[in-house]
Write a protein that binds this ligand. Sequence first.
Ligand code: NAP
Length: 482
Amino acid sequence: MSEAERTAAGTAAGHDDLGAANHSPLRVAVIGAGPAGFYAAEALLKGREDVSVDLIDRLPTPYGLVRFGVAPDHQKLKSVTRLYERTLGDARLRYLGNVEFGRHLTADDLRRHYHAAVYAVGSPADRRLGIPGEDLPGSLSATEFVAWYNGHPDYQDLQVPLGATTAVVIGVGNVAIDVTRVLAKSNEELAQTDMADHAVEHLKGSSVEEVIIVGRRGPAEAKFTTKELRELGELLNADIFVDQADLVVPDASRAAIANDVNAQKNLEVLEGFVNQAPTGKPRRVRIRFLLSPVEIQGDGRVERVVFERNRLEERGAGRVAALPTGELETVEAQLVFRSVGYRGAPLPGVPFDDVACVIPNEGGRVLHEGQPLRGAYVAGWIKRGPSGVIGTNKADAMESVAALLEDAAAGRLAEPPEPSTAALDGLLAERGADPFDASEWLGLDAVELAAGAAQGRPRVKVVGVDAMLRAGRARASEERGE
Ligand code: NAP
């Protein structure tokens, strides 16, 4: 029987092994310590007094995309971690960093040790363009570039060829803007942030002069938020260029954004960019629309991108689609970032929707063949897809936890055979896991903050997993007076 089939059997089991309505305490594993995992943990702790939460992450460090996704020059957005620290400090919660679901723990293990599991693992992969030349050296996914400059241990060795003079960023979402800012800013600006040292150092040698952001639909359909778009016009090191001819907004688009304040403001900002006179700053940022990449070309590395011009057409339900016109345009560029969205990946033993790339669910209850899978819940991007801002995950996780607590109260959760911390810890030891706890993380945090303070930066990130474990543990044992 495969793990998925056994999982299914859990759904179909009779009611004889159902837990009583008052589990004490209710043991819940939250898999993934990004924003969705933290909001789920917080909702559990607030929702029920007698609850015990294990918050598990495959990396030693918590906070997911707040640490490895949010741009290093957007420190304010990271202040949300102060709220997560409060959750970490709750005695009913254990943080188990450096423990990987699928390697150290399976879905079956979770059923043995917990009443319920909340999967909050995010969307770790990137979407592909599916065009020739996509894998040429010099063509990178924005998601891996972001992970690299933010010091994600899996991406520290990424090769980023910055000898290019022109970089093309495909996609008009907020990640495209983050990547563009990082490429456009001066090294002095970047060196004041918490960008990983290896990235600051490498970007020092960048010869990029122009960054071209390209959308396949029109300006009204762009996904970026106005605040982020506006920032592109305020760069100290780069002038912004937008052609009036690119700002095509047909009636269908106007109608589609009639109630979308963000899209309307975006149009205003883009119109403003048209009239912005260049001031001779060292770098240029250009925003283009209505172009779909059809091929990335070059002799052994990226030399140019071929685009096909699109026109816009209403396709029902207010959706404005890009249709190819057959007219081609070639842009000389030596570096390409595909910034077309993140993508969820399947977890072993957990249902997965291969088309939407999410864990199928109804209001956060995981579904297997259309039926709720007992004791399994989902929150965040792996529940709804990679959309929204950090705060969007709060209501999302609260909905899932409300379903979980309702099921617990109604006696719909199974009583786990081994509901103890000691049993779980024994299993982790058997599997060779080396958990990094909250005090060790706080130790690493203190080390990074102190190194940052010494350099006038928010923090200096420790990048490798072994180095994180060493630094965090040394500091934690100092704190304990050892
Ligand atoms: P996104 O907002 O979904 O944008 C993806 C872009 O890629 C869209 O413009 C999309 O165009 C385009 N695209 C998709 N497939 C394409 C293809 N085959 N060819 C050309 N273009 C294609 O994704 P994201 O930028 O990765 O951001 C993910 C989420 O994180 C978003 O919710 C974002 O707001 C959030 N985020 C927020 C911040 C912030 O608050 N500062 C920073 C970073 C990320 P179509 O619309 O035509 O599909």
